[in-house]
Unconditional design. Structure first.
Lengths: 237, 323
């Protein structure tokens, strides 16, 4: 009951018109690209690499970042969260509802976008690769959102730090430093796709991806709950 | 428009331990970095209405936020209803908070906003509880409009309705009268009085003396993070008027009037400079009663008698200095 109440009001807050349109546009970029490729030829040779480069590397973290930091962080920032915080509600319930709603919203945009783009970009016979990556994106949506929710509770600069993490760490460093992939959500996403279809990705974390992703999801949720329980309101005189 | 009267609280609802100390601060300080917002404050409040009076920036909001469990005290103990306030969401079953900042999801209707609070309180019938609370603050006509379209006073009232929806035994309000028109103010004062008479403990902050005087049984005066005075309002009022004052007097013969004042026991000294007569007095009331008689006896016409430092700020500074 309480969970559903928080989820409901979170969903309505997140579906603010401008943000939703912007995110739909962003999630639509891979589809647009697929349409362009399809209009001028018969698809790319390696659909997995293309989807990895566009969806998993850029679009997934950005959409998850926007929903993840908006779900709780912006409510803490503008003070509306006070109305939920001053209720006899377990802090973990609040955090879980926020992650579920923001993650579902991100996945609802990103999974269809991945599948559509994969179908448009790929050649016949590559559908299995596309679906494997789409499942990876589904898990990645919730995982990224959980991390960004935790970040936005822990710091008032969640958006900036999250952007730095997504672009600098995931985009550049985690690809360069050997071993650092173990701490990269992108690698977990690729690893899960790898398990489902070896042609989808060549991930070094492999089967461990599921375990790493589960640990990261639980850890992010726990950190967000603990930080929210000790949350101090800003702007007292 | 008679406000709903509240039934007396059943004893089971009374906070554990002493029911006369619903809100307790013991040696509480709060600092931000090296700025001290609240400095070693101790008080215990029972049922009834208490005004937290002080100028803006005195630390009133910090105190309310600590009582509401939204800020950790840097030192000391804060408890509500016999339980620690910090990191204890269980207190919200019997505490209601009306924050000052206008932070309400604008897309919700007033009714949806109050129902949200009722659901989060796990009330048996959220819709009925919300309807009751909305009626209590006299907001039925606008209840189905989005909060984003509300005036400041309406937003204030919808926040109060949300804080009242579970009929808390302790109510904390931060500057509740800001943005209300006089009619709403009178209604709200009557409502809070009736809640207090039913045995609830109500603490509200204000920087306006008259608001506190009209509503509060007791008063806590806060200045620069310190408790400047605490107790019965009449007592505080007397302290405020008995303090030394300085008056500027204009008259038909300032020099003669100055000499006449010097024989008055209430007068410390007079000063005549640049054709301006300044009179320092020991006590506000005594001087204001004597001034007309002294002038008449001296055969001087008074044009103007004006206190020079009667801002609330100087009153607070005086109260702090005498502790």
């Amino acid at each position: 009951m309480i969970f559903a109440t928080i989820a409901d009001v979170t969903l309505r807050a997140l579906l603010g018109r401008r943000r939703t349109i912007l995110m739909l546009l962003l999630a639509g970029v891979p589809v647009l690209l697929g349409l362009l490729v399809r209009a001028n030829g018969d698809g790319v040779r390696d659909v997995a690499a293309t989807l990895d480069g566009i969806v998993i590397r850029v679009v997934l973290p950005l959409v998850a970042l926007v929903f993840g930091t908006a779900a709780l962080g912006s409510e803490l920032e503008d003070g509306t969260a006070v109305h939920i915080l001053t209720k006899p509600v377990r802090r973990s319930t609040i955090v879980l509802a926020k992650i579920l709603v923001a993650g579902t919203l991100a996945a609802a945009m990103l999974v269809p976008s991945t599948i559509l783009a994969g179908v448009l970009l790929g050649r016949p016979g590559q559908l299995g690769v596309t679906f494997a990556l789409a499942i990876g994106v589904l898990v990645g949506s919730y995982l990224y959102v959980a991390i960004f929710v935790a970040l936005s509770v822990a710091t008032s600069r969640g958006l900036i730090i999250g952007l730095g993490y997504a672009l600098v760490w995931e985009g550049v460093l985690a690809g360069l430093l050997p071993g650092s992939q173990v701490f990269s959500v992108r690698e977990y996403v690729r690893g899960i796709a790898d398990i489902l279809n070896p042609a989808a990705a060549d991930s070094i974390v492999g089967a461990g991806a599921v375990l790493y992703a589960a640990v990261a999801l639980v850890a992010a949720t726990a950190i967000a709950s603990v930080r929210l329980a000790a949350y101090e309101i800003r702007g007292s005189d | 428009m008679s406000p709903q009267s509240f039934a007396p609280l059943p004893t089971a609802d009374a906070p554990a331990g002493s029911p006369t100390a619903a809100l307790v601060l013991e040696g509480v300080s709060r600092w931000y970095g090296n700025v001290v917002a609240v400095n070693d404050i101790t008080f215990a409040l029972g049922s009834g209405v208490t005004g937290l009076l002080g100028p803006n920036g005195a630390g009133k909001t910090t105190i309310l936020h600590m009582l509401a469990g939204l800020l950790r005290p840097s030192a000391g103990r804060v408890s509500v209803g016999g339980q620690p306030a910090w990191r204890n969401p269980a207190i919200y079953r019997f505490v209601g908070l009306v924050p000052e900042r206008e932070a309400v999801q604008g897309f919700l209707t007033g009714r949806a906003f109050v129902e949200l609070a009722a659901r989060l309180q796990s009330l048996a019938d959220p819709a009925a509880a919300a309807a009751r609370a909305i009626a209590t603050v006299d907001l039925e006509a606008a209840a189905d409009r989005p909060v984003g379209t509300y005036s400041k006073g309406m937003r204030q009232r919808v926040k109060i309705a949300a804080a009242l929806v579970h009929e808390p035994s302790i109510l904390l309000l931060d500057e509740p009268f800001n943005g209300m028109d006089p009619r709403q103010r009178i209604h709200m004062i009557a409502l809070l009085r009736s809640m207090a008479d039913a045995g609830r403990a109500i603490l509200f902050s204000s920087h306006i003396l008259e608001e506190v005087e009209r509503l509060a049984d007791g008063v806590l005066v806060i200045h620069a993070g310190r408790l400047a005075a605490a107790g019965d309002f009449r007592e505080i009022r007397r302290l405020m008027t008995d303090r030394p004052h300085t008056f500027v007097v204009r008259s038909s013969d300032d020099r003669r009037l100055a000499a006449a004042f010097m024989t008055e026991p209430a007068v410390f000294g007079t000063e005549l400079r640049d054709s301006r007569l300044t009179v320092r007095v020991a006590e506000f009331g005594g001087f204001t009663r004597a001034v007309a008689r002294v002038a008449r006896d001296a055969g001087v016409s008074l044009f103007e008698v004006a206190p020079t430092d009667d801002s609330l700020e100087s009153v607070f500074a005086y109260l702090v200095s005498r502790r």
